[in-house]
Design a binder for this molecule. Structure first.
Ligand code: NAD
Ligand code: UDP
Length: 323
């Protein structure tokens, strides 16, 4: 295992979006490094059950809060993960999604400026849109349709990055921006509509796996444990390491390969059906993670099969508990 930068024990960390899939894993990892954590969330797409294992942990507290409303925050580090991430969720109320990204990030940056906190932004590979450069390097400016159905998320996150770098340039705020590529694992919502959760649930329930288009589009899937390791390493890196830094697993799969692997690992008899490809669906996506390796010594370690096995076990346990 690489020697990754670590947080200082005793630091107080504020995590917006703490009840979500990534946020709840991040809370666990930050606590494991000896910090105290305040988790904030409006429970829009997150679940308080993702945090129930911390109920009696004195080092953790939770506050129900919508980041669209300004709030004073006393912390050494503020992470901003508050934003619906699945296309189904962010497209359900696109104006709210845009407000969350733009006003939410602005409010948290202002809070960081007031309290002198370091600020870590969960940005996304979606800033590259449907990329014309492959693999995607941080120097690529992207290919986003600004008026399409994904724009509320893509452009919201692009504006959020702009705000981070403008706070850095104008008032010297200590910022760090991670561009996260498709991440999966336990605590994903079974009905969030993403490829991994859909395929696993469909396979376990004996329903057809729904491939949008011909399944030749590609994604690079990162296991959640790897990803939160990268986020924490970035947060602990020296001041001046601002990013943006790509974080993801560079091994690229066609969606049809993912579906077949899920069928094999679940031993499911489900078949595969093809449905129309949503508009602006990126054709290919693979991170160049050279910068994360050079600056942080970070790279993912969990291969897709191993990560999927853990994810399948999580969804299977949820199904068994509900019968
Ligand atoms: P998620 O939907 O599980 O988590 C988002 C959390 O933010 C939820 O708990 C939700 O309730 C909360 N939230 C939403 N709007 C809010 C608001 N206005 N105020 C307070 N809380 C709010 O999604 P996730 O996959 O855990 O993603 C977390 C972050 O990482 C997001 O910012 C997302 O854009 C980013 N990201 C995720 C991925 C991925 O593959 N999971 C990829 C790229 C970027
Ligand atoms: N996808 C699919 N079937 C599904 C859900 C998603 O074929 O049931 C496709 C989707 O069109 C996209 C890819 O899988 O090409 C990844 O989709 P996801 O929503 O997981 O993430 P994102 O589009 O944000 O990369």
């Amino acid at each position: 295992m690489e020697k990754l930068p670590k947080l200082k024990p005793g630091q107080h960390v504020f995590i917006a979006g703490a009840a979500g899939f990534l946020g709840s894993h991040l809370v666990d990892r930050v606590l494991a490094q000896g910090c105290t954590v305040t988790g904030a969330d409006n429970l829009h797409t997150g679940r308080i059950s993702n945090l129930t294992h911390l109920k009696t942990d004195q080092r953790f507290s939770f506050v129900e809060h919508d980041v669209v409303t300004p709030k004073d925050i006393k912390a050494d580090i503020i992470f901003n993960l508050a934003c619906p991430a699945s296309p189904r969720h962010y497209q359900a109320d696109p104006i709210r999604s845009m407000k969350t990204s733009v006003f939410g990030t602005l409010n948290l940056l202002e809070a960081a400026q007031k309290s002198g906190a370091r600020f870590v932004q969960a940005s996304t590979s979606e800033v590259y849109g449907d990329p014309l450069e492959h693999p995607q390097r941080e120097s690529y400016w992207g290919h986003v349709n600004p008026i399409g159905i994904r724009a509320c998320y893509d452009e919201g996150k692009r504006a959020a990055e702009t705000l981070c770098f403008d706070f850095h340039r104008t008032v010297g705020l200590d910022i760090k921006v991670a561009r996260i590529f498709n991440t999966y694992g336990p605590r994903m919502q079974p009905d969030d509509g993403r490829a991994v959760s859909n395929f696993v649930m469909q396979a376990l329930e004996g329903k057809p796996l729904t491939i949008y288009g011909d399944g030749s589009q590609t994604r690079s899937f990162c296991f959640v444990d790897d990803l939160v390791g990268g986020l924490v390493a970035l947060a602990a890196s020296p001041e001046g390491v601002t990013g943006p830094v790509n974080m993801g697993n560079p091994t690229e799969f066609e969606l049809i390969e993912l579906a077949n692997l899920v069928l094999q690992l679940t031993k499911s008899n489900s078949n595969i059906i093809h449905l129309p490809l949503p508009s602006d669906d990126p054709k290919q996506r693979r991170p160049d993670i050279g910068r994360a390796w050079e600056m942080l010594g970070w790279k993912p370690n969990v291969e897709l099969q191993e990560g999927l096995e853990k994810t399948i076990a999580f969804f299977r346990a949820g199904l068994n508990a509900s019968v």
